[in-house]
Design a protein around this ligand. Structure first.
Ligand code: SF4
Length: 333
């Protein structure tokens, strides 16, 4: 449904949306790049408040979040639209759709919270970019907090500081996609830019939100040794060596059907680079990968959390500490 939006200002008879770094200038009757925020009679409206394209109870491991309430289920909601135009988007049928082009169910915040409480431990805003759903995400996340349910964003990290400040008050965890360390990749493949994404990663972390990072390894586009090293070095410098990262395999989608899937060898290569650079919690996704999905203590190597597919079992932890050596593990339980 439509609702007056937050995060905009009037500028020379037009509207400037200040929700994400595109800062779209929107004329009367027009929409921003995301396709879900419209100027109507000089006011900005969100067209997707409570409008859901998808709703599922998922294992938290599927987001992926491996160090956040392992083994729990999260009620996952998505809508339509995106502030990116990724040529390889897996969910392009919703991310590139406008609200009038896709069947949407109305789930108001209180209904969403009721559903969550029935079957899950928390709520995730995912499937398409949650930043552009900010008004709804804020209201729903506030209610979730009151009910002791956790809240999650799975995001591209393209958000301005004020909304990031606001949502961080009610968010427990985010998984941010860092798609490349190259601005030209972001320009050409996503129609966006790199720097705001990196700022959002440490911005969320600095505000106390649990952060995990996902890097989708795309053959010949972001998989060079230099670029993977650059990513790992940036992670260590800005987020620390205990930062959780996920390297995931690309499969051909949407407008990148001509690019082959990521080989296991390439993914293992990224893993080896990350470990050599000094990162402790590195995981592989979208491939059968055995040991590369388990959590081992960064101090003594003890098996702490065993995973198979999307199931997780805590093996040897004493609260947040390793059951063997007593080292504090960066995990939210
Ligand atoms: S949220 Fe949408 S309308 Fe607002 S600046 Fe970003 S792309 Fe433009």
């Amino acid at each position: 449904m439509e609702k007056e939006a937050k995060y905009w200002e009037e500028r020379d008879g037009k509207i400037r949306c200040t929700l994400c770094p595109h800062n779209c200038i929107i004329g009367e009757g027009k929409r921003g790049i995301c396709g879900v925020r419209e100027n109507r009679n000089g006011k900005l409206y969100t067209l997707i408040y409570g409008s859901c394209s998808s709703a599922h109870a998922d294992p938290i491991e599927k987001k992926p979040l491996y160090h956040f309430h392992p083994g729990t289920f999260v009620y996952s909601l998505g809508t339509v639209g995106c502030n990116f135009r990724c040529l390889h988007c897996q969910n392009y049928t919703i991310s590139q759709a406008r609200p009038e082009e896709y069947p949407l169910a109305e789930i108001m915040p209180e209904d969403a919270i009721k559903r969550v409480a029935e079957c899950c431990d928390g709520i995730a805003f995912t499937y398409n970019e949650p930043t552009i759903w900010m008004e709804y995400a804020l209201d729903t996340a506030k209610m979730a907090r009151e009910k002791n349910l956790y809240t999650v964003f799975v995001t591209n990290g393209y958000i301005n500081r004020e909304p990031l400040d606001d949502i961080s008050r009610y968010l427990d965890a985010v998984n941010v996609d860092v798609k490349s360390m190259s601005n030209s990749f972001y320009r050409k493949l996503c129609s966006a830019s790199l720097e705001p994404v990196l700022e959002a990663c440490w911005g969320y972390k600095r505000r106390g939100v649990h952060v995990e990072l996902t890097y989708l390894v795309i053959p010949s586009h972001n998989d060079s040794e230099e670029e993977i090293k650059k990513f790992c070095r940036w992670v260590i410098k800005e987020m620390g060596e205990l930062q959780v990262i996920h390297f995931t395999a690309f499969y051909p989608h949407y407008r990148m059907m001509n690019v082959p899937p990521t080989s296991l060898k390439k993914l293992l290569g990224a893993y080896t680079i990350a470990k050599k650079e000094g990162l402790h919690y590195v995981y592989l996704g979208n491939v059968p990968h055995g040991d590369y999905e388990n959590t081992y203590c960064h101090n003594c190597g003890n098996l702490l959390i065993e995973r198979y597919g999307f199931s997780a079992k805590i093996m040897d932890m004493d609260g947040k500490k390793c059951g063997k050596c007593g080292e504090e593990i960066p995990v939210v339980l």
